[in-house]
Design a protein around this ligand. Structure first.
Ligand code: AN7
Length: 362
Protein backbone atom coordinates (compact mmCIF):
# COMPACT_ATOMS: atom_id res chain seq x y z
CA UNK A 1 0.00 0.00 0.00
CA UNK A 2 1.21 3.49 -0.74
CA UNK A 3 1.82 5.41 2.44
CA UNK A 4 -0.40 8.53 2.18
CA UNK A 5 2.12 10.60 4.10
CA UNK A 6 5.02 9.25 2.04
CA UNK A 7 7.27 9.13 5.03
CA UNK A 8 10.07 6.81 5.87
CA UNK A 9 11.62 8.53 8.84
CA UNK A 10 13.23 6.84 11.82
CA UNK A 11 9.91 6.06 13.54
CA UNK A 12 8.55 4.24 10.48
CA UNK A 13 11.78 2.28 10.06
CA UNK A 14 12.44 1.37 13.66
CA UNK A 15 9.02 1.53 15.31
CA UNK A 16 9.41 -1.81 17.02
CA UNK A 17 12.40 -0.53 18.97
CA UNK A 18 10.75 2.78 19.93
CA UNK A 19 8.12 3.80 22.51
CA UNK A 20 5.54 4.44 19.79
CA UNK A 21 1.94 3.29 20.08
CA UNK A 22 -0.94 3.25 17.59
CA UNK A 23 -2.12 6.47 19.21
CA UNK A 24 1.13 8.36 18.63
CA UNK A 25 0.69 11.02 15.95
CA UNK A 26 3.87 10.76 13.92
CA UNK A 27 5.56 14.08 13.25
CA UNK A 28 8.38 13.49 10.79
CA UNK A 29 10.42 15.32 8.18
CA UNK A 30 11.91 12.06 6.81
CA UNK A 31 14.92 12.17 9.07
CA UNK A 32 17.54 9.41 9.27
CA UNK A 33 18.75 7.04 6.56
CA UNK A 34 21.91 9.12 6.27
CA UNK A 35 24.92 7.94 4.22
CA UNK A 36 27.65 5.79 5.71
CA UNK A 37 30.58 6.67 3.47
CA UNK A 38 33.79 4.69 3.13
CA UNK A 39 36.84 6.91 3.47
CA UNK A 40 39.73 5.69 1.39
CA UNK A 41 41.94 8.51 2.61
CA UNK A 42 41.43 7.83 6.33
CA UNK A 43 41.55 4.06 5.85
CA UNK A 44 44.95 4.42 4.16
CA UNK A 45 46.07 6.75 6.94
CA UNK A 46 45.25 4.09 9.53
CA UNK A 47 47.01 1.43 7.48
CA UNK A 48 46.47 -2.12 6.32
CA UNK A 49 43.51 -3.92 7.82
CA UNK A 50 41.57 -0.78 8.78
CA UNK A 51 38.33 0.47 7.26
CA UNK A 52 37.13 3.92 8.22
CA UNK A 53 33.55 5.02 7.55
CA UNK A 54 31.90 8.39 7.99
CA UNK A 55 28.28 8.66 9.11
CA UNK A 56 27.13 11.94 7.56
CA UNK A 57 24.40 13.16 9.90
CA UNK A 58 24.50 16.61 8.32
CA UNK A 59 22.07 15.24 5.72
CA UNK A 60 19.17 15.13 8.17
CA UNK A 61 16.31 17.55 7.38
CA UNK A 62 17.53 20.39 9.60
CA UNK A 63 21.18 19.52 9.06
CA UNK A 64 22.05 17.61 12.22
CA UNK A 65 21.49 14.35 14.13
CA UNK A 66 19.09 16.12 16.49
CA UNK A 67 16.21 15.37 14.09
CA UNK A 68 16.29 11.67 15.00
CA UNK A 69 15.48 12.48 18.59
CA UNK A 70 13.17 15.35 17.82
CA UNK A 71 10.76 13.31 15.67
CA UNK A 72 10.15 11.05 18.69
CA UNK A 73 10.13 13.83 21.31
CA UNK A 74 7.67 16.03 19.38
CA UNK A 75 5.44 13.09 18.39
CA UNK A 76 5.23 12.00 22.04
CA UNK A 77 4.66 15.59 23.21
CA UNK A 78 1.71 15.79 20.83
CA UNK A 79 0.39 12.41 22.00
CA UNK A 80 0.58 13.70 25.57
CA UNK A 81 -1.38 16.82 24.50
CA UNK A 82 1.46 19.27 25.13
CA UNK A 83 0.76 22.78 23.91
CA UNK A 84 4.34 23.96 23.99
CA UNK A 85 7.93 22.72 24.13
CA UNK A 86 11.11 24.35 25.37
CA UNK A 87 14.86 23.75 25.07
CA UNK A 88 18.21 25.35 25.70
CA UNK A 89 20.62 24.97 22.85
CA UNK A 90 24.03 25.62 21.38
CA UNK A 91 22.07 25.81 18.11
CA UNK A 92 21.21 22.48 16.54
CA UNK A 93 18.63 21.39 19.10
CA UNK A 94 16.86 24.73 18.70
CA UNK A 95 16.90 24.42 14.89
CA UNK A 96 15.42 20.94 15.07
CA UNK A 97 12.88 21.69 17.82
CA UNK A 98 11.59 24.73 15.97
CA UNK A 99 11.21 22.85 12.66
CA UNK A 100 9.41 19.83 14.16
CA UNK A 101 7.22 22.11 16.31
CA UNK A 102 6.26 24.07 13.21
CA UNK A 103 5.24 20.82 11.53
CA UNK A 104 3.31 19.75 14.63
CA UNK A 105 1.66 23.15 15.07
CA UNK A 106 2.79 23.65 18.66
CA UNK A 107 4.54 26.52 20.35
CA UNK A 108 8.32 26.27 20.64
CA UNK A 109 10.53 28.28 22.96
CA UNK A 110 14.31 28.20 22.64
CA UNK A 111 16.94 29.70 24.92
CA UNK A 112 20.31 30.23 23.31
CA UNK A 113 23.53 31.68 24.72
CA UNK A 114 23.69 35.25 23.46
CA UNK A 115 26.12 35.76 20.59
CA UNK A 116 27.42 32.19 20.83
CA UNK A 117 25.48 30.15 18.28
CA UNK A 118 26.28 29.73 14.62
CA UNK A 119 24.45 31.89 12.07
CA UNK A 120 22.75 29.04 10.20
CA UNK A 121 21.26 27.63 13.39
CA UNK A 122 20.00 31.01 14.55
CA UNK A 123 18.42 31.56 11.12
CA UNK A 124 16.62 28.24 11.38
CA UNK A 125 15.07 28.86 14.80
CA UNK A 126 13.93 32.31 13.69
CA UNK A 127 12.44 31.35 10.32
CA UNK A 128 10.43 28.46 11.80
CA UNK A 129 8.69 30.89 14.13
CA UNK A 130 10.01 29.77 17.51
CA UNK A 131 10.14 32.20 20.42
CA UNK A 132 13.91 32.71 20.45
CA UNK A 133 15.44 34.16 23.60
CA UNK A 134 19.14 35.01 23.66
CA UNK A 135 20.18 34.60 27.28
CA UNK A 136 23.00 36.62 28.82
CA UNK A 137 24.88 33.53 29.88
CA UNK A 138 26.27 30.31 28.46
CA UNK A 139 24.53 27.07 27.47
CA UNK A 140 24.80 25.53 30.94
CA UNK A 141 23.01 28.51 32.50
CA UNK A 142 20.30 28.37 29.81
CA UNK A 143 19.82 24.63 30.42
CA UNK A 144 19.32 25.19 34.15
CA UNK A 145 16.67 27.80 33.34
CA UNK A 146 14.67 25.55 30.98
CA UNK A 147 14.86 22.67 33.46
CA UNK A 148 13.33 24.91 36.11
CA UNK A 149 10.66 26.33 33.77
CA UNK A 150 9.59 22.90 32.48
CA UNK A 151 9.42 21.53 36.05
CA UNK A 152 7.13 24.36 37.17
CA UNK A 153 5.00 25.12 34.12
CA UNK A 154 3.05 23.10 31.51
CA UNK A 155 5.74 23.11 28.87
CA UNK A 156 7.62 20.00 27.72
CA UNK A 157 11.42 19.93 27.85
CA UNK A 158 12.92 18.65 24.57
CA UNK A 159 16.58 18.68 25.52
CA UNK A 160 18.19 15.24 25.65
CA UNK A 161 17.12 14.97 29.31
CA UNK A 162 13.82 14.03 27.65
CA UNK A 163 14.17 10.23 27.27
CA UNK A 164 12.32 10.25 23.92
CA UNK A 165 15.21 12.23 22.44
CA UNK A 166 17.63 9.45 23.38
CA UNK A 167 15.22 6.84 22.01
CA UNK A 168 15.12 8.51 18.61
CA UNK A 169 18.83 9.19 18.43
CA UNK A 170 19.72 5.55 19.08
CA UNK A 171 18.39 4.74 15.58
CA UNK A 172 21.69 6.01 14.14
CA UNK A 173 23.48 3.03 15.66
CA UNK A 174 20.86 0.71 14.14
CA UNK A 175 21.53 2.20 10.70
CA UNK A 176 25.28 1.70 11.08
CA UNK A 177 24.79 -1.95 12.08
CA UNK A 178 22.29 -2.53 9.25
CA UNK A 179 24.81 -1.11 6.76
CA UNK A 180 27.88 -2.98 8.08
CA UNK A 181 26.16 -6.23 9.03
CA UNK A 182 27.48 -5.88 12.58
CA UNK A 183 28.64 -3.13 14.94
CA UNK A 184 31.95 -1.47 14.08
CA UNK A 185 34.97 -2.15 16.29
CA UNK A 186 35.26 1.54 17.20
CA UNK A 187 32.89 4.47 17.05
CA UNK A 188 34.30 7.97 17.35
CA UNK A 189 32.10 11.01 18.06
CA UNK A 190 32.07 14.51 19.51
CA UNK A 191 30.72 14.88 23.05
CA UNK A 192 28.94 18.01 24.28
CA UNK A 193 25.90 17.57 26.48
CA UNK A 194 26.56 13.82 26.10
CA UNK A 195 23.07 12.80 24.99
CA UNK A 196 24.28 11.38 21.70
CA UNK A 197 26.96 9.06 23.10
CA UNK A 198 24.32 7.86 25.57
CA UNK A 199 21.88 7.21 22.72
CA UNK A 200 24.35 5.35 20.48
CA UNK A 201 25.49 3.10 23.31
CA UNK A 202 21.88 2.30 24.25
CA UNK A 203 21.16 1.49 20.60
CA UNK A 204 24.12 -0.86 20.21
CA UNK A 205 23.29 -2.71 23.42
CA UNK A 206 19.66 -3.12 22.41
CA UNK A 207 20.52 -4.35 18.92
CA UNK A 208 22.82 -6.93 20.47
CA UNK A 209 20.10 -8.04 22.90
CA UNK A 210 17.75 -8.44 19.91
CA UNK A 211 20.35 -10.66 18.24
CA UNK A 212 20.83 -8.24 15.33
CA UNK A 213 24.59 -7.87 15.94
CA UNK A 214 27.30 -10.04 17.50
CA UNK A 215 29.72 -7.50 18.96
CA UNK A 216 29.67 -4.07 20.59
CA UNK A 217 31.93 -1.18 19.58
CA UNK A 218 34.38 0.62 21.79
CA UNK A 219 32.98 4.12 22.25
CA UNK A 220 35.54 6.88 21.73
CA UNK A 221 34.31 10.38 22.57
CA UNK A 222 36.05 13.71 22.01
CA UNK A 223 35.53 17.02 23.75
CA UNK A 224 37.13 20.32 22.76
CA UNK A 225 40.16 21.07 24.93
CA UNK A 226 38.62 24.25 26.38
CA UNK A 227 35.27 22.56 27.05
CA UNK A 228 36.22 19.15 28.40
CA UNK A 229 34.51 18.64 31.77
CA UNK A 230 34.29 14.85 31.45
CA UNK A 231 37.98 14.51 30.60
CA UNK A 232 39.08 16.91 33.33
CA UNK A 233 36.67 15.48 35.87
CA UNK A 234 35.07 18.76 36.92
CA UNK A 235 32.57 21.36 35.72
CA UNK A 236 34.07 24.02 33.42
CA UNK A 237 32.52 27.36 34.39
CA UNK A 238 33.52 29.23 31.27
CA UNK A 239 33.96 26.72 28.44
CA UNK A 240 35.68 27.98 25.29
CA UNK A 241 36.03 26.50 21.79
CA UNK A 242 35.44 27.52 18.20
CA UNK A 243 33.21 24.42 17.98
CA UNK A 244 30.24 26.28 19.49
CA UNK A 245 27.97 23.21 19.29
CA UNK A 246 30.01 21.48 21.98
CA UNK A 247 30.83 24.54 24.09
CA UNK A 248 29.34 22.92 27.19
CA UNK A 249 30.84 22.88 30.68
CA UNK A 250 28.38 20.74 32.64
CA UNK A 251 26.88 18.00 30.43
CA UNK A 252 23.44 16.74 31.39
CA UNK A 253 24.28 13.11 30.56
CA UNK A 254 27.74 13.16 32.16
CA UNK A 255 27.29 9.90 34.09
CA UNK A 256 25.80 8.04 31.11
CA UNK A 257 28.73 9.12 28.94
CA UNK A 258 31.16 7.71 31.50
CA UNK A 259 29.13 4.51 31.57
CA UNK A 260 29.25 4.19 27.76
CA UNK A 261 33.00 4.77 27.88
CA UNK A 262 33.64 2.26 30.67
CA UNK A 263 31.21 -0.48 29.67
CA UNK A 264 32.53 -0.44 26.10
CA UNK A 265 36.22 -0.27 27.03
CA UNK A 266 36.51 3.06 25.22
CA UNK A 267 37.74 6.50 26.17
CA UNK A 268 36.81 10.17 26.26
CA UNK A 269 39.67 12.50 25.36
CA UNK A 270 40.27 16.04 24.11
CA UNK A 271 41.15 17.63 20.78
CA UNK A 272 42.39 21.20 20.38
CA UNK A 273 40.65 23.81 18.25
CA UNK A 274 43.57 23.56 15.84
CA UNK A 275 43.15 19.80 15.52
CA UNK A 276 39.41 20.32 14.98
CA UNK A 277 39.99 22.89 12.22
CA UNK A 278 42.62 20.72 10.52
CA UNK A 279 40.15 17.82 10.40
CA UNK A 280 37.38 20.22 9.25
CA UNK A 281 39.49 21.23 6.24
CA UNK A 282 40.67 17.68 5.60
CA UNK A 283 37.09 16.39 5.36
CA UNK A 284 36.19 19.14 2.91
CA UNK A 285 39.30 18.79 0.75
CA UNK A 286 39.85 15.01 0.79
CA UNK A 287 36.33 13.67 1.19
CA UNK A 288 34.08 16.35 -0.31
CA UNK A 289 32.25 16.54 3.01
CA UNK A 290 31.32 19.86 4.53
CA UNK A 291 30.71 19.50 8.26
CA UNK A 292 30.50 21.94 11.11
CA UNK A 293 33.55 22.26 13.39
CA UNK A 294 32.09 20.19 16.28
CA UNK A 295 31.57 17.28 13.88
CA UNK A 296 35.19 17.38 12.79
CA UNK A 297 36.17 16.57 16.40
CA UNK A 298 35.53 12.89 15.64
CA UNK A 299 38.03 12.78 12.78
CA UNK A 300 40.44 14.99 14.75
CA UNK A 301 40.18 12.37 17.49
CA UNK A 302 40.83 9.54 15.05
CA UNK A 303 43.98 11.24 13.78
CA UNK A 304 45.15 11.98 17.33
CA UNK A 305 44.66 8.35 18.40
CA UNK A 306 46.47 7.08 15.31
CA UNK A 307 49.40 9.39 16.06
CA UNK A 308 49.77 8.17 19.64
CA UNK A 309 49.65 4.55 18.49
CA UNK A 310 46.33 3.72 20.14
CA UNK A 311 45.17 1.37 17.41
CA UNK A 312 48.47 -0.45 17.21
CA UNK A 313 49.50 -1.15 20.76
CA UNK A 314 47.00 -0.35 23.45
CA UNK A 315 44.01 -1.99 21.92
CA UNK A 316 44.57 -5.70 21.72
CA UNK A 317 42.44 -8.62 20.69
CA UNK A 318 41.56 -7.36 17.22
CA UNK A 319 41.60 -9.91 14.43
CA UNK A 320 41.04 -9.44 10.72
CA UNK A 321 39.60 -6.18 9.45
CA UNK A 322 39.08 -3.40 11.98
CA UNK A 323 36.15 -1.11 11.26
CA UNK A 324 35.95 2.42 12.60
CA UNK A 325 32.96 4.73 12.22
CA UNK A 326 33.33 8.48 12.76
CA UNK A 327 30.08 10.36 13.36
CA UNK A 328 29.80 13.65 11.48
CA UNK A 329 27.01 15.22 13.51
CA UNK A 330 26.15 18.43 11.64
CA UNK A 331 26.36 20.16 8.26
CA UNK A 332 29.04 22.71 7.41
CA UNK A 333 26.46 25.23 6.17
CA UNK A 334 25.39 25.71 9.79
CA UNK A 335 28.41 27.88 10.53
CA UNK A 336 29.39 29.91 7.45
CA UNK A 337 31.20 32.51 9.57
CA UNK A 338 33.71 29.90 10.69
CA UNK A 339 34.25 28.74 7.12
CA UNK A 340 34.96 32.22 5.86
CA UNK A 341 37.42 32.78 8.72
CA UNK A 342 39.16 29.50 7.82
CA UNK A 343 39.60 29.79 4.05
CA UNK A 344 41.27 32.27 1.72
CA UNK A 345 38.81 34.71 0.09
CA UNK A 346 38.25 34.39 -3.67
CA UNK A 347 40.78 36.14 -5.84
CA UNK A 348 39.35 39.16 -7.60
CA UNK A 349 40.09 39.27 -11.32
CA UNK A 350 39.27 41.49 -14.28
CA UNK A 351 36.33 40.35 -16.45
CA UNK A 352 38.85 39.40 -19.05
CA UNK A 353 39.58 36.03 -20.67
CA UNK A 354 43.35 36.41 -20.56
CA UNK A 355 43.42 37.34 -16.88
CA UNK A 356 41.20 34.37 -15.99
CA UNK A 357 43.19 31.88 -18.08
CA UNK A 358 46.35 33.07 -16.35
CA UNK A 359 44.84 32.21 -12.96
CA UNK A 360 43.57 28.79 -14.07
CA UNK A 361 47.02 27.91 -15.39
CA UNK A 362 45.97 24.90 -17.49
C1 AN7 B 1 26.91 19.26 15.59
O1 AN7 B 1 22.17 21.83 19.96
O2 AN7 B 1 23.92 20.47 22.58
O3 AN7 B 1 26.92 15.30 23.23
O4 AN7 B 1 22.06 22.33 22.07
O5 AN7 B 1 25.21 20.23 17.63
O6 AN7 B 1 24.59 14.91 22.42
O7 AN7 B 1 25.31 17.18 23.17
C2 AN7 B 1 24.40 20.22 20.29
C3 AN7 B 1 25.34 19.27 20.38
C4 AN7 B 1 27.85 17.29 18.51
C5 AN7 B 1 27.18 17.12 20.85
N1 AN7 B 1 27.79 17.78 17.29
O8 AN7 B 1 26.16 16.18 21.08
C6 AN7 B 1 22.55 21.68 21.12
C7 AN7 B 1 23.66 20.74 21.42
C8 AN7 B 1 26.92 18.77 16.98
C9 AN7 B 1 26.06 19.26 17.97
C10 AN7 B 1 27.04 17.74 19.52
C11 AN7 B 1 26.14 18.76 19.28
P1 AN7 B 1 25.71 15.86 22.56
Amino acid sequence: MINPYNYWGVIARYKKYLPITNRTPIITLNEGNTPLLYSEYLSNLLGKGFRVYLKYEGLNPTGSFKDRGMTVAISKALEEKAKAVICASTGNTSASASAYSAKAGIKCVVLIPEGAIALGKLSQALIHGAIVLAVRGNFDIALNLVREISAKFPITLVNSLNPYRIEGQKTASFEICDALGDAPDFQIMPVGNAGNITAYWKGYKEYKAFGKIKKLPRMLGFQAEGAAPIVKGHIIRNPQTIATAIRIGNPASWKQAELARDESGGLIDTVSDKQILDAYRLLAVKEGLFVEPASAASVAGLIKLKKIGYFGGKVQGLKGITTIVCILTGHGLKDPDRTIKTVKPPKIVQADLKAILKEINL
